[in-house]
Write a protein that binds this ligand. Structure first.
Ligand SMILES: O=P(O)(O)OC[C@H]1O[C@H](OP(=O)(O)OP(=O)(O)O)[C@H](O)[C@@H]1O
Ligand code: HPA
Ligand SMILES: [Mg+2]
Length: 179
């Protein structure tokens, strides 16, 4: 698995540092609110698990699963809901938790859907932001770090459902997806 990585962008330690700092900000900003963290599966599973433990105020969690990349490195352009939320959003201050904001298609689709369910407020937290590839005008309220225009894997992010279990984040060797 490690052999398929061209270079490591973020070590386990660096990721932990970034997650702690976002958790601190969210804990301060939401201390008088009714925080519901919504994890967008599957990519955000590792980030969500670490972020929720870096948050020091009470919060609720829920999960939805969407997919648009399939087994490619470019968005299919079609966002498919694989699993919807369980919780009724009324009265909650929603924080949508994503691993990466790339073209922005996934988030814009999710935000429109969740807005229609009348939460008290809705904001977005992404670990990685890849602004060079954005096709819709969208900014995250909390972004861990900017990444270059490369296909990255690890810490939840996959290529063809693999590499999610790498504890660090790296650039995948192009020959892995070009063969
Ligand atoms: O901004 P975008 O171009 O829409 O890309 C970002 C989305 O793509 C990935 O999900 P994917 O469809 O690969 O599903 P997964 O989380 O199950 O891997 C990632 O987890 C984000 O949800
Ligand atoms: O760079 C990426 N890596 C993995 N999954 C992704 N989904 C959007 N961009 C990426
Ligand atoms: Mg994926």
């Amino acid at each position: 698995m490690r052999n398929d990585i061209q270079s490591v962008l973020f070590s386990e330690e660096k990721l932990a540092e970034i997650v702690q700092s976002i958790g601190k900000r969210i804990s301060e900003d939401y201390k008088d609110k009714n925080l519901l963290m919504v994890s967008v599966l599957k990519g955000s599973v590792v980030f969500m698990a670490d972020l929720m433990r870096a948050i020091t105020i009470p919060c609720s969690i829920d999960f939805m699963s969407v997919s648009s990349y399939g087994s490619g490195t470019k968005t299919s352009g079609v966002v498919k809901i694989v699993k919807d939320l369980d919780i009724n959003l009324e009265g909650y201050d929603l924080l949508v938790v994503e691993d990466i904001l790339d073209s922005g298609l996934t988030l814009s689709y999710i935000l429109e859907l969740l807005q229609s369910r009348s939460p008290k407020s809705i904001k977005v937290c992404t670990l990685f932001d890849k602004p060079d590839r954005r096709t819709v005008n969208l900014k995250a309220d909390y972004a861990g770090t900017v990444v270059p225009d490369e296909f990255i894997v690890g810490y939840g992010l996959d290529y063809a459902e693999k590499y999610r279990n790498l504890p660090f984040v790296g650039i995948l060797k192009p020959e892995v997806y070009q063969k």
